[in-house]
Ligand binder design. Structure first.
Ligand SMILES: [Zn+2]
Length: 300
């Protein structure tokens, strides 16, 4: 009986395209199994309370290149540096800013100061604030070039590939820009697919539902195996059309609080495995490019 059950369990494990492994902070940031896989680590950020800690993800290409997408709120940089240091990262090959809000670029100066950053990327959106100026000043001081990205651009990330689906050029600014520009800027978030063989990860910053519709109307193919859920899982975003177009196996919400319970529920009802940094802590999702996803979470 026991053996039959074991065989059944093993068979089920083989059939499932998702493999979950042991939990724990060190397990998430253990890089010993990274070679030959595209690995994304969504950083759980809990240093900050009372404000949005924001987003940050560390990607490792199958051949060991490091990309960081977004760097959280200035105070959350400590969580990112702890993650990078646990991984043994000294050089960031590509540092990406999805859009210039404080919970996405606030921690950039700390990263530029503490790591060798080889190349920095942002979208073509112009936004002049004290924290974007702080980011630009650090870039200049460190002599790092900033490349502006738009729809149609593609970049090599080691053996993986990055395709930029959004924003579209040229950006048309309204008369009083940047007054009342929160939604305008969120809707111009970089939308990028990071792919290795048959596995696709989608990052689309803080797009609101209107922005999601605009991206879909541009004809962009956003289908992905793993997605970062837009705007920290808030109900401003993740409309039905977007959820259906992406139809992920794994949807990850990155937020230091629960923004809205309906959005995670919808992803689960539609068959995705929903992970949330507030609940799961740091999250690792990796794949050898064969469609099989390996998931490790900090908290179980
Ligand atoms: Zn945000």
């Amino acid at each position: 009986m026991k053996i039959k059950r074991l065989i059944l369990l093993l068979t089920l494990c083989l059939l499932l395209p998702l493999v979950s492994l042991a939990a724990g902070y060190d397990a998430v940031y253990d890089t010993s199994g990274d070679a030959g896989k595209l690995t994304v680590r969504f950083i759980g950020m809990d240093t900050l309370s009372g404000d949005k800690a924001g987003d940050s993800a560390v990607l490792t290409s199958p051949d060991g290149k490091i990309m960081v997408i977004d760097a959280g709120h200035p105070e959350a940089a400590a969580d990112i540096m702890r993650a990078l240091d646990t991984m043994g990262v000294e050089t960031i090959d590509m540092l990406m800013a999805s859009h210039p809000h404080i919970d996405h670029v606030g921690g950039m100066p700390a990263l530029f100061d503490n790591y060798e950053v080889k190349a920095a990327y942002a979208s073509i959106v112009d936004y002049n604030t004290s924290y974007t100026r702080a980011m630009m000043a650090t870039l200049e001081k460190e002599g790092i070039a900033l490349t502006r990205l738009k729809r149609g651009d593609s970049l090599a990330f080691g053996e993986a590939q990055v395709d930029i689906l959004w924003p579209d050029a040229p950006i048309v600014y309204y008369d009083k820009y940047p007054e009342a520009s929160t939604q305008f800027i969120n809707n111009l978030s970089l939308v990028m697919k990071v792919s290795f063989k048959n596995t696709v990860f989608l990052f689309s910053g803080d797009l609101y539902t209107l922005g999601e519709k605009e991206v879909l109307a541009s004809g962009a193919d956003v289908k992905a195996d793993v997605m970062k859920v837009n705007h920290h899982g808030d109900k401003t975003s993740s409309g039905k059309a977007w959820r259906e177009a992406v139809s992920p196996q794994v949807a990850v919400i990155t937020h230091n609080a629960l923004a809205d319970l309906r959005i995670p529920r919808k992803f689960e009802e539609e068959g995705a495995r929903l992970l949330h940094t507030f609940i799961d802590g740091s999250i690792k999702v990796s794949s050898a490019g064969d469609g099989v996803l390996e998931v490790v979470v900090e908290k179980e």
